[in-house]
Design a protein around this ligand. Structure first.
Ligand code: NAI
Length: 362
């Protein structure tokens, strides 16, 4: 069901800069804001994906250009920003930090390179965007914004992973927690200039992020995580059920046009439910508060014991009903279309024998 929202601001002739714009959420933003008349620059690390995305955008009548660059490389970032500014005649009115990567494995197996790659793209990429563009946006548009003649807005795509720590995606959740915090700081700082700052925290997007490891640079290949075509297939099958990227862009637009610093896109089937006050975030904050007291920890322990007892009872019932059969695994899906069977992701490489067997590839 298409999202039901009509944009209120005027996008005709406004300049947009979208990192990761060749795929997934970023391409959805390029289609949505370009479709409203914005002049769009997409930047991405994959040239062939940029070419394909520009063809798609052109077919939709979007005025777009694209540059291959690595958002973690400051020289490349500045050079591309200068080229886009020369092309369009100004810096972006709409800066969207979307490019991001992930890879999953136990925290204890993580290497420096796992942290450097994921934090480099997901945190330092947006930091580079803020540092390079904020002064340019204030100088170019500050006076006109004050006079009510134009607008400027910054968005960053984070994740629901920002609100908690997770044993199998430490670098990713660290990067997303930090990028949320970055966005909150700039939200306060840029309020006096009239520049809006919004961070969007989706749960699952129909995108190509399952292939993110293919963009990992040569000097950061050393990983503690087990990665194979099978783990990629598993991720791809999960993301295939994610939110449509243009719907996600529509929800982002609703959030910033309504002055929301945080956009939790609603996964409800109701086309009018655009964002939500997330129960998951409330749960994560309640857990954090419980971690601060002895009583809170006792409450958590009791809940964990109740959950373990419930799982044991389900298992006993299943074994009684299926005598002699092995219980189904959470990770036992059918083979993927590619013919390569899916494999569980989030485990360590087999040779890391200090990692407990349950968290390691056999
Ligand atoms: P995607 O893989 O379809 O798009 C990300 C794009 O970023 C790719 O085209 C990739 O080539 C590009 N990229 C990667 N490293 C780069 C670099 N160093 N410099 C320039 N470009 C680079 O994935 P998706 O899902 O659209 O990701 C967009 C954002 O959404 C990311 O920040 C991701 O963390 C976030 N997100 C994704 C979720 C999902 O379920 N797919 C859920 C929550 C958040």
């Amino acid at each position: 069901m298409a999202v039901n929202y009509t944009a209120k601001w005027d996008y005709k002739g406004k300049i947009a800069w979208i990192t990761g714009g060749a795929s997934g959420a970023g391409l959805g933003q390029a289609k949505f804001f370009g479709g409203l008349g914005a002049k769009v620059t997409i930047v991405d690390i994959r040239q062939e994906a940029i070419d394909k995305a520009l063809d798609e955008l052109k077919a939709l009548g979007v005025d777009a250009i694209g540059f291959k660059m690595d958002i973690t490389n400051r020289e490349e970032y500045i050079a591309a920003a200068d080229k886009a500014e020369a092309h369009w005649g100004g810096p972006p009115h709409l800066l969207i930090n979307t490019a991001g990567v992930n890879s999953f494995g136990p925290a204890e197996a993580s290497t420096f390179e796992d942290f450097d790659w994921i934090l480099g793209v997901n945190l330092f990429g947006p930091i580079n965007g803020f540092v390079i563009f904020v002064p340019r946006m204030i100088k170019a548009y500050g006076a006109d914004i004050k006079a009510g003649k134009t607008w400027a807005q910054i968005c960053t795509v984070s994740s629901m992973g920002a609100f908690d720590g997770y044993s199998t995606d430490a670098p990713y959740s660290v990067s997303k927690a930090a990028v949320n915090n970055l966005s909150y700081s700039y939200y306060d700082a840029l309020k006096p200039y009239g520049i809006g700052v919004t961070v969007q925290c989706p749960a699952n997007i129909n995108s190509n992020i399952g292939n993110a490891v293919d963009t990992r640079p040569a000097h950061l290949q050393n990983t503690g995580y087990y990665v194979s075509e099978g783990t990629k297939n598993m991720l791809k099958s999960i993301h295939a059920t994610g939110m449509d990227p243009v719907d996600l862009a529509t929800k982002l637009c609703y959030a910033f046009e309504n002055g929301l610093p945080i956009c939790i896109p609603s996964y409800s089937n109701d086309a009018n439910a655009l964002v939500e006050r997330s129960a998951m975030v409330e749960q994560a904050y309640n857990k954090t508060l419980d971690w601060m007291t002895v009583e809170g920890m006792a409450k958590i322990k009791a809940a964990e014991e109740a959950q373990a007892a419930q799982m044991a009872s389900f298992r006993k019932k299943w074994e009684e009903e299926h005598p002699g059969e092995a219980p189904p695994s959470m990770f036992g899906p059918p083979p993927s279309d590619s013919g390569v069977p899916m494999e569980a992701f989030g485990v360590a490489r087999p040779e890391l024998d200090f990692v407990r067997a349950e968290s390691r590839k056999a």
